[in-house]
Design a protein around this ligand. Sequence first.
Ligand code: NAP
Length: 247
Amino acid sequence: MIRVAVIGAAGRMGSTVVEAVEGAADLQLVARIDDGDVISAQTLNGAAVAVDFTAPSATESNVHACLDAGIDVVVGTTGWTQESLGRVRDHAARVPASVLVAPNFAMSAVLVMHFAAQAAPYFDSVEVIEMHHPDKVDAPSGTAITTAQGIAAARRAHHCPPMPDATTTDPMGARGAQVEGVHVHAVRLRGLTAHQEVLMGNAGEQLVLRTDSFDRISFMPGVLFGIRNIGGHPGLTVGLDVLMGLA
Ligand code: NAP
């Protein structure tokens, strides 16, 4: 039985994690921590792992408090920088506790990124289409950028030639953004949640990789995987793919 504390327990993601932990036979919810609560060994109540889904302004200090209390931390909150990750890496190296920071807990998205990088060198053309609800403020999505960067790196490693594209005029930007030479298109549509396709084409054939997150619950298999496996990975781990042995 792994004892789990949830930080940000009243939030949208935190409350979904609370339900997922309560529904897992091998996990026991021992603490719900919210804004204004002190994070200490006492309030963590003997937890072995804390899960943080709070706010970019709060998450780093929460992680340091958990490390001071000697417990592992699984972090989904966004807003991390190389500097804040560096401080956590240094802290985690000095204590017997581990940290996972995962920008995306959706297993399907993590696997699409991995498979896209594997497949991309074997196709002439590769483009990414990300599709989200219209309340999303940033475009393209972080996942689409990471996907395109992985595709570009794999193609560079295989010395792939530039992708064929005869476009010479595009005054309206219809060919989308370019991330390291990979075209990325963003759709914002009422009714969608978070979706992405990677289209890969050769003459006469096409491979399409697609991931759909229909609901916040889509992140829970990844969060529970993180809770169950972070203990075996000392120090700071960035990315669920690393914990899954894909990186
Ligand atoms: P939310 O609904 O605003 O929930 C955040 C919760 O954390 C709120 O209950 C908030 O309380 C609480 N909180 C704020 N500061 C705190 C602190 N210092 N200590 C303890 N609790 C604190 O947000 P959300 O939609 O759940 O998203 C949370 C984060 O997860 C965001 O950064 C989001 O981008 C990220 N996210 C990541 C993934 C992934 O796969 N990695 C997936 C979805 C979301 P108050 O409301 O009282 O301030």
